[in-house]
Design a protein around this ligand. Structure first.
Ligand code: HEC
Ligand SMILES: [Cu+2]
Length: 478
């Protein structure tokens, strides 16, 4: 490593001389290469953090012996509103604790498996040069602790995961996390750093089926996850739990993809990444809209937030964002920045080609399923105010159609969609409402109940079992 670095320095220096005047990295040949191989004098215990927190930056000039104490725990957690699952974790949360060391550090890893665990586990760190990335050396039965030591030779952002059979099941159950091996020069100043990791969940029930869910091996084999989430659960970084920043701040996110199957198309709606260390490697790409993060891979993304408002982090394979949970939020506070983005400047009547209204980004989910479903699904067309859009989407607020239709008919509209002319409050609409049978009984009942009791409407609530009856009736009618 040192030799390579010196050679590179010499080459760059040679270029500078040959090409006087042009902008070149200012490399001084006389300065000694940073120490990444020396034998450590100092012993430190690693600061480990739960996502989205990131351990503090290292300021050491020399390698140290870094003690990492990780504990595996099998815990029952909520993965979506009303849905629980037994997650297998490195440190009690998904993703596992983030580890931050300096290139050249000698890492002494102690892996404990809590006595309450039912399974043996181990750890394969992609930052390790050695068979199995540490897996063989760390096979740990419940109530045992194992130890390995490795040198963090290569800088970068690396995934770690369990590699105990059946490996993909252990990973799908949440056994993944990130280890950052920081180069001696670091990644430069950032106002805020966050730890975000994508992963899939394969549950026995459907998306949002309530109650405790078991792991579904067949869905895993077919690569058809029920949930695709950031930081272990749907909504883990949404609403009250959103990431916060101020206008003008530089944000750095250490992003990982635990998989176990899908490649992420990582994107922040309304932002451009100024820099991406693609695949967690050393040379940043600049001005990137969406970065690909393979399963078992990572990326460091950096951007400066200039305009206040809400930004959604998504997997741009968008059904995952809208129908499987892959949404997180950044809330940026500060004064408006009209030069960078004006906001809506006009809305006038238009009689040209009819365009479909853009679907709004998923809104935060609250405690109430109905309000949350309305905000996430219905508001895109019927508007948060329930007023609809004249000529395009009928209003639900004070709708005589809503008031006059039996609940079964309305449930049918949501399950199977609605098209053809409908008259609401004397205005005729002839649009298409798509079928939304992917929503659960509770979500459909909740959204209708919300609409029937908001904006001055005073209609009776709709019950999930009414939805269930309409669903089964229509399934049995040919
Ligand atoms: C993609 C746009 C879209 C979404 C999303 C949508 N609707 Fe609609 N909705 C429409 C359109 C368009 C019509 C009128 C259809 C027609 O002209 O036949 C309609 C009609 C209706 C009506 C009957 C007319 C009225 O105003 O009373 C109800 C009730 C209704 N929608 C409820 C819902 C509920 C509840 C949701 C969420 C679960 C929802 N819609 C989601 C577009 C949408
Ligand atoms: Cu495991």
């Amino acid at each position: 490593m040192t030799k390579k670095f010196l050679l590179l320095s010499a080459m760059l220096a040679a270029c500078t001389r040959a090409d006087e005047g042009s902008a070149r990295p200012n490399v001084q040949v006389s300065e000694p290469a940073p120490d990444t191989t020396g034998s450590p004098q100092q012993v430190v215990t690693a600061e480990l953090t739960n996502a989205p927190e990131v351990p503090h930056r290292m300021v050491r000039k020399h390698p140290a012996r870094v003690i990492v104490n990780l504990e595996i725990r099998e815990v029952e957690k909520q993965i979506a509103p009303g849905v629980t699952y037994t997650l297998w974790t490195f440190g009690g949360e998904v993703p596992g604790k983030m580890i931050r060391v300096r290139q050249g550090d000698v890492v002494e890893l102690h892996l404990g498996n809590n006595p309450s665990s039912k399974m043996p586990h181990n750890i394969d760190l992609h930052a390790v040069n050695g068979p199995g990335g540490g897996a063989e050396g760390t096979f740990t039965a419940p109530g045992k602790q194992t130890q390995i030591t490795f040198r963090a030779t290569n800088p970068g952002l690396y995934v770690y995961h369990c590699a105990t059979a059946p490996v993909p099941m252990h990973v799908a159950n949440g056994m993944y996390g990130l280890i950052l091996v920081e180069p001696p020069e670091g990644y430069g100043y950032a106002d805020r750093e966050f730890y975000v990791m994508q992963g899939e969940l394969y549950t026995s029930g459907k998306y949002h089926d309530q109650g405790h869910q078991a792991f579904d091996m067949d869905k895993g084999i077919d690569e058809k996850p029920t949930y695709v989430v950031f930081n272990g659960a749907e909504g883990s970084l949404v609403g009250d739990k959103a990431i916060h920043a101020n206008v003008g701040e530089k944000i750095r996110i250490f992003v990982g993809n635990g998989g176990p199957n899908l490649t992420s198309s990582f994107h922040v709606i309304g932002e451009i990444f100024d820099k991406v260390y693609a695949e967690g490697g050393s040379k940043p790409q600049e001005n990137v809209q969406t970065t690909v993060i393979p399963a078992g891979g990572a990326a460091i993304v950096e951007f400066t937030v200039n305009v206040p408002g809400k930004y959604s982090i998504v997997d741009h394979s968008l059904f995952r964002a809208f129908n499987k949970g892959a949404v997180a939020q950044i809330v940026v506070d500060g004064p408006p920045m009209k030069e960078t983005y004006s906001g809506k400047q006009a809305e006038v009547a238009y009689t040209g080609a009819v365009e479909t209204a853009p679907v709004a980004v998923a809104a935060p989910t609250g405690g109430d399923v109905g309000a949350a479903t309305y905000a996430r699904i219905c508001a895109a067309c019927h508007q948060p105010t329930g007023m609809g859009l004249p000529g395009t989407y009928p209003p639900l607020a004070s709708s005589d159609y809503l008031a006059a239709s039996p609940p079964e008919k309305l449930i049918g509209h949501v399950l199977h969609g609605l098209q053809g002319p409908v008259t609401v409050n004397g205005n005729t609409f002839n649009g298409v409402m798509p079928p939304m049978s992917f929503l659960s009984d509770a979500e459909i009942a909740g959204a209708l109940t919300f609409a029937r009791s908001s904006w001055g409407n005073k209609l009776a609530p709709v019950k999930p079992d009414q939805v269930q009856r309409v669903r089964t009736q229509s399934a049995s009618t040919p």
